[in-house]
Design a protein around this ligand. Structure first.
Ligand code: HEM
Length: 154
């Protein structure tokens, strides 16, 4: 059986060569570790701004404001920004409570979770976040629903 000759450029597979491949060694394609979604959104400052907008909206939403009436909002903004930052590939958050512990006894409903999510989506749109990136952020948020919602019937 003939042995395949070694190929230059790290061994581009024959089916991919010459068809617009991004170049470099093929096993690194799609592995662009130089940027994370955290970087692409603009890093800690951009995420802090998104979180500030989100809580501004929540505090002016008559259905949500009650949850935060006794909350130190500076602290709250910092914590959520750190949590989101870490989830999107930024620095590890100096840890905090788990999501279920943080929301225990708060009685968050599905409806209120969805309202919060809608506010976040609005903020991302308002800030011209790329739709694919916004989708990633929203999927992450949605993965916390079961831990946050305490009243699954509503
Ligand atoms: C996946 C969605 C959510 C995330 C990632 C999230 C994240 C957080 C974080 C990081 C904390 C602080 C935890 C700590 O003290 O260590 C927190 C606390 C809290 N969250 Fe959420 N949250 C979410 C959804 C919600 C929703 C939907 C509501 C209400 C509508 C809510 C209401 C609260 C309240 C009332 C606190 C406690 C504030 C205080 O200390 O006074 N959260 N959340």
């Amino acid at each position: 059986m003939p042995v395949e000759p070694a190929r230059e450029s790290g061994g581009v597979p024959p089916h991919a060569a010459g068809n617009g491949s991004p170049g470099g060694v093929w096993w690194t394609w799609g592995m662009d570790s130089a940027t994370t979604i955290f970087d692409r959104l603009g890093g800690a400052a951009a995420i802090a701004a998104i979180v500030a907008d989100l809580y501004e909206r929540a505090r002016h939403d008559p259905e949500l404001s009650g949850y935060f009436h006794a909350t130190d909002m500076d602290n709250q903004r910092r914590k959520l920004a750190e949590m989101i930052g870490e989830a999107l590939g930024g620095p590890q958050a100096p840890w905090l409570l788990g999501l279920d512990q943080a929301h225990q006894g708060r009685g968050v409903t599905h409806r209120h979770f969805s309202l919060m999510a809608a506010h976040l989506m609005d903020v991302l749109i308002e800030r011209d976040v790329d739709p694919d990136e916004a989708n990633t952020v929203m999927n992450w948020l949605s993965s916390g629903r079961d831990a946050v919602v305490e009243d699954p019937d509503y």
